[in-house]
Design a protein around this ligand. Sequence first.
Ligand SMILES: Nc1ncnc2c1ncn2[C@@H]1O[C@H](COP(=O)(O)OP(=O)(O)O)[C@@H](O)[C@H]1O
Ligand SMILES: [Mg+2]
Length: 352
Amino acid sequence: MAIVSSGEIQAHSPSSKARTRVVDAVPMKEEMNSSREDGLRPRSLDDYIGQRELKKVLDIAVKAALGRGEALDHVLLYGPPGLGKTTMAVVVAEELGVKCRVTSAPALERPRDIVGLLLSLQPREVLFIDEIHRLARVTEELLYPAMEDLRIDLTVGKGSTSRTRALDLNPFTLVGATTKAGSLSSPLRDRFGLTHRLDFYSLEDLQAIVKRAADLLDLPLTQNACKEVAGRCRGTPRIANRLLRRIRDFATVMGTDAVINDQLVDEALKLHSVDHRGLDGSDRRLLQMLLEEHGGGPVGLETLAAGLGEDAATLEAVVEPYLLQLGFLRRTPRGRLVTNAGRSHLGWPNVQ
Ligand SMILES: Nc1ncnc2c1ncn2[C@@H]1O[C@H](COP(=O)(O)OP(=O)(O)O)[C@@H](O)[C@H]1O
Ligand SMILES: [Mg+2]
C-alpha cells in the first residue's frame, strides 16, 4: 500500500526553546514527512498495540464495510500528539485494502487543494487530514456535502452569470485527527460516524511497543531495559521511539555489541537528562524552583515563568501537563504546588 503525502505536515506550535526536548511528543523536524517514523509504524490492527477499545470498534466497522462493499464511515481520532492517530489511519486503510492519502489542514488552504484531492480519490479510499481543527472555512464548507452526499458544489463564473455545479465523488472515508477536539466546529464534528479518543498507554503496552520497535531497529534490549524505556517515555510511543534512537546512538559510539541492559539505558538517557520517570531538565527545574525558592508553593504561574526565564503560556502548554498527569504538581486557585509525590521524586521530605 502506498501512502501519498500531499504538502508539509507542520509542527503544532513552533515557538519555544522547549520544542527541542527529547521528551516532546510533537514530531521533531527530521521526524516529519519522513520514512523514519513510517519504518516503525504498525501496518495492521494486530500489529497495533494497546488502544483496545478503539481497535475493537474499528475492527467491527472495517469488517462490516468490507462485507457490504461500502466505504467505511468517516472517523475522527483525537488525543495528545504521538499516541498513534496517523498510524491508525494508515492501518485502517491497510485493513480496507485501499490507499491512504495523507495530508494536513495547513496544506489545504486554497479551495482547489481539497477539490483536487477529493476528485482524485478512488472508490473506498481513505483520506487522512491531520490537525483537522485548523481547516480554512472554505475548505471545511466544501467538505460538508462531500462527507454527507459524496458531492462537491463548485461555483463557476462570476457575478450575475455565476452558477453552481455539483460534481459527484467516489465513496471515500475521511479520517480526521486532532489534538484539540474542542476547537472543531460542531457541523464538522457531527459528520463523523465514529469518534474516538486515544489515551496515554499503560506501562505494559509501552513495554510491548518498545520491544517491537527495538526489534525493528535491531537493538538487542533486555526485558528490564524495555521496562526502563517504557517508564521514561511519558505514555507516548513517539517518545519511546525517539529514546530508542538515542540509546542506539549511544550503543554505537560505545561500541557495545552485547545486549543492552537497563544500566546502559540509564547511562544513555542521563546524557539527555531524562530520568527514570521521563522527566527532563525543564520538568525538574520547574519543581526545583518551586521547592527551593517558594517552599513548594503555591505560587503563581507568572512568577514561576519569570524565575525560569520561560514564557507562561509555554510552561503551561509544554511543561506542566506531564507533571500534572504524574501527580507531581497541582494547580490550585492560589497557584502551583508541588505534591508529596513530586517532593519525593526529587528527594525532598514529605509535608502534611
Ligand atoms: N499502538 C502503537 N503500537 C506501536 N507503535 C505505535 C503505536 N502508536 C504509535 N506508534 C509509534 O509512534 C509513532 C508516532 O505515532 P503517530 O501515529 O504518528 O502519532 P500521532 O499521529 O497521534 O501524533 C509511530 O511512528 C509509531 O511508530
Ligand atoms: Mg500524526
